[in-house]
Design a protein. Structure first.
Length: 464
């Protein structure tokens, strides 16, 4: 049996709650659908009150519950379950005082960079990280609360879609090192001052840094000066990555080919060439950000390079699949997890740089949360599509109609109001040798298009 993560006595002490029966928990859960036997179930208020699911949790083997109402079964009763989860997270951080903690934010690449850092941390000793994209006011304290006492290193993803969201989360984590991957026009609908507001909100992450902590910054980003000033104001030690000669980690070249790439760089002035299992052009800079973060968290370079060399694309973030057809096979690049103008331009440029036997095809669904400039951001994708010599463009959604109208007739593959309606049009057009990239925001269901294409394979499994 796994060692206890929390006893009911420890939970009560951390939260100021009252024990209702003794128990020991091996994990922490907020969702009965993913709850594991032995978990502490935290009854949070949401679309439905979590207290409605306490009995379901107990039936699935929960050790106990963190509640603000009287319930049947073992538990700890508190005044506010979300506040108690935050207190439990802080208690986990305090008891694992030896742990070196990192935090990741940015407009693009947070989850992939976080998980790549985690791959390096794991090689160096007992490590802990966010799962999926648990990066908000619930996900961050939940991730902290799940951190075992013996953790030596940990990394946390911290996100936002409005100002003053990152500040309390970074102060909860108290990182020893932070990285801002990049800043761009993402979640701009939540900022009256647009992209500069986004940059200032990202800079909140420096406010939680431990004394003498490291801030890893993208020197190629247009908001570098603002971020650098805020990091220095917080007393951070700066480390930079980018293409300029004076960067601590300098990108010299990035060469990608079917399913892998080679990065040529200089780290603190020393030449460094290393392989990746990533093909996105943004991984040239991302990999350098990862190496600088691992260095700041006391992970050796050999472990960092080993981790990067075996780190595969996450689902919906560039994973490639060869889909067999009767006449051959086409390559599906699944970028369907999310999208914004920055990641769209990068993914399109990556496809344009790729050698292909057939055509380069993209299927794009709406980018969300872009505010009043939404139409311009979508229409603006026509330029990178032309620069990348994309052969056919398929669009779905009311916002993508702006791009469709901006495309020349020779590049138009098909348009539909919804992802569901677009999928069959795209399926009919694909031929053997094509490379097809699917990208869009979660809410516009780009994943549905990717899943539909992945099931087109010849049922005999033959590709010729």
């Amino acid at each position: 049996m796994a060692d206890p993560l929390w006893t009911s006595e420890e939970i009560a002490r951390a939260t100021g709650g009252v024990e209702g029966g003794r128990f020991s928990a091996t994990g922490v859960s907020i969702d009965t659908r993913t709850l594991e036997p032995g978990d502490l179930f935290v009854a949070l208020a949401g679309v439905r009150d979590g207290h409605e699911f306490v009995q379901t949790a107990m039936g699935k083997g929960a050790a106990g519950a963190l509640v603000s109402q009287d319930v049947a079964g073992p538990g700890v009763k508190v005044a506010d379950t979300l506040a108690a989860l935050e207190q439990l997270g802080v208690a986990a951080r305090t008891r694992a005082a030896q742990a070196r903690r990192g935090a990741v934010t940015g407009s693009v690449g947070k989850t992939s960079v976080t998980q790549a850092i985690m791959a390096g941390l794991t090689l160096a000793g007992p490590a802990h990280s966010s799962v999926k994209s648990y990066n908000n006011h619930i996900g961050v304290p939940l991730t902290l609360a799940r951190m075992p006492a013996g953790t030596e290193r940990a990394v946390f993803e911290i996100g936002m879609n409005h100002a003053d969201e990152i500040r309390p989360l970074t102060k909860m984590v108290r990182p020893h090192a932070v990285v801002v991957t990049t800043v761009g026009p993402v979640h701009t609908e939540g900022f009256a001052d647009g992209e500069i507001g986004v940059a200032r909100a990202k800079a909140e992450i420096f406010e939680g840094l431990e004394a003498g902590g490291v801030a890893v910054l993208n020197a190629d980003n247009r908001w570098f000066d603002l971020l650098q000033a805020e990091a220095l104001k917080a007393g951070a030690t700066l480390r930079t990555f980018g293409r300029a000669e004076d960067c601590d980690a300098r990108l010299i070249d990035f060469q990608a080919d079917h399913g892998h790439a080679v990065v040529q760089a200089r780290l603190h002035g020393q030449a460094l060439d290393f392989p990746l299992l990533q093909t996105g052009l943004h991984w040239g800079l991302n990999s350098l950000a990862v190496l600088l973060m691992l260095e700041a968290l006391d992970v050796g370079l050999s472990d960092g390079l080993a981790a990067l060399g075996s780190f595969e694309p996450l689902a919906g973030r560039g994973a490639e699949t060869a889909v067999a057809l009767k006449a051959g096979a086409f390559t599906l690049i699944d970028e369907s997890y999310n999208a914004n103008p920055v990641s769209m331009a990068s993914a399109i440029a990556t496809l344009g740089a790729r050698k292909v036997a057939g055509r380069r095809i993209v299927a794009l669904t709406d980018m969300l949360e872009l505010g009043p400039d939404e139409a311009a951001f979508h229409a603006g994708l026509a330029a990178p599509l032309e620069a990348a010599s994309i052969d056919l463009v398929f669009c779905a959604g009311p916002a993508m109609k702006s791009l469709w109208d901006a495309l020349p007739p020779t590049r138009r593959g098909g348009y539909a109001q919804t992802a569901e309606a677009l999928a069959p049009k795209l399926a009919q057009a694909i031929e053997a040798g094509d490379v097809v990239m699917v990208k869009g925001s979660n809410g516009s269901k780009a994943g549905l298009v990717a899943r539909a294409l992945s099931t087109l394979g010849d049922p005999t499994g033959e590709a010729g």
